[in-house]
Design a protein around this ligand. Sequence first.
Ligand code: BGC
Length: 422
Amino acid sequence: MLKRTLPGLMGLVAAIALSGSSMTASAADSKTVEVMHWWTSGGEAKALTVLKDGLKTRGYTWKDAPIAGGGGEAARTVLKARVASDNPPDAIQMLGFTIPEYAGQGYLANLDSLAAKDGWDKVVPAPIQRFSKYQGHWVAVPVDIHRTNWIWANKKIFDQLHLTPPQTFDQLVADAAVIRKAGYIPLAHGGQPWQEATLFDSAVMSAGGPKFYTQALVNLDPTALGSKTMEKAFDQMRALRGMVDPNFPGRDWNLATSMVINGKAAMQIMGDWAKGEFVNAGKKPDVDYLCFQYPGTQGDFIFNTDQFATFKKGDATLPGEDAFAETVMDKADQAKFNQIKGSIPARLDVPSDGFDACGQKSMADLRSALKNGTMVGSFAHGHAMPDGPKNAVYDVVTHFFNSNQSSADAVKQLVDAVNEAK
Ligand code: BGC
């Protein structure tokens, strides 16, 4: 009996000692906010310093918990593990449908009183609020609005070859042939599923426009998914595959951006975090590089917004968590942050002066897309459909891109995959 109790007792003692030490640690850490994110490229890390400094001026220290991996898949895996072991970070970067997933399980702190004080309802666009709020309550704060249907081009190469931004997909294909002939790589691409999915955002929009995009990728309508229009989107993916270099598999997105910056490749199709790399390298739009919409998506706005959610610690929100949310939503900091990150502010009340030509264009296009109801969520970045179908579509797209599958077969597979995952 004693033998059996003793280890139990010792366990209890150890547990008390441990909880004591963790209490001391958390007391000592109460001025610290641990933030998990995947902003590890040059441009991303530089933008992050704006938020770190903002938190500091509010009297708190930013404890950095970066998980490298563009698109955030690795970060989402680590978060799951940390939540499962009851050790979530204080705050975490989240995209789209990940927010309601965690909010629905009761993990996220309620930010309603801060939201009311600062009037977030009035300044954050409704398509973003749809993810920031769960059952009508604010549970996440949006820091930026990224757009995925951009092409970033090396201006010197375009000038040398007398090229201008292609207005149709056929023109893009013709330009790519000219670029290849001149000895450059037409398209810098990183062969990772999320980067292929990012191309697919644009291909679907270009093939069918915002209404079709919504029917197929948001409503998951089997008729749209199995249509001839979807086949055209895959045809575009096949043509894009022909524009890349042989070393594309596994390449990180920012290395692909460097290929355009350094004049090895002429273009990259990527969200405007790529612009953050140009900014970080001291490059200027219309001088060193061009920014334009993927042909056939001019004026369309496929958005991807980074939000931060704070995890509940008991019943009360910790003061550091409030300070953190305030930092993310600070008007002046959103201006500074987004000018470095390549995106535009999530708050509509931030003035456009100080933004470069690409940023101003994005701001203007956002306003008209909001008016026309054509601001649509990025499939690649978790704003079109929940994780289950998203991963299934990722698989179909990546398999297609990395094989000789026909567009007709890919469309059939797409319908089946979504059907099973729904
Ligand atoms: C995020 C961006 C980030 C990009 C590459 C996207 O999912 O929304 O903020 O820069 O991934 O890491």
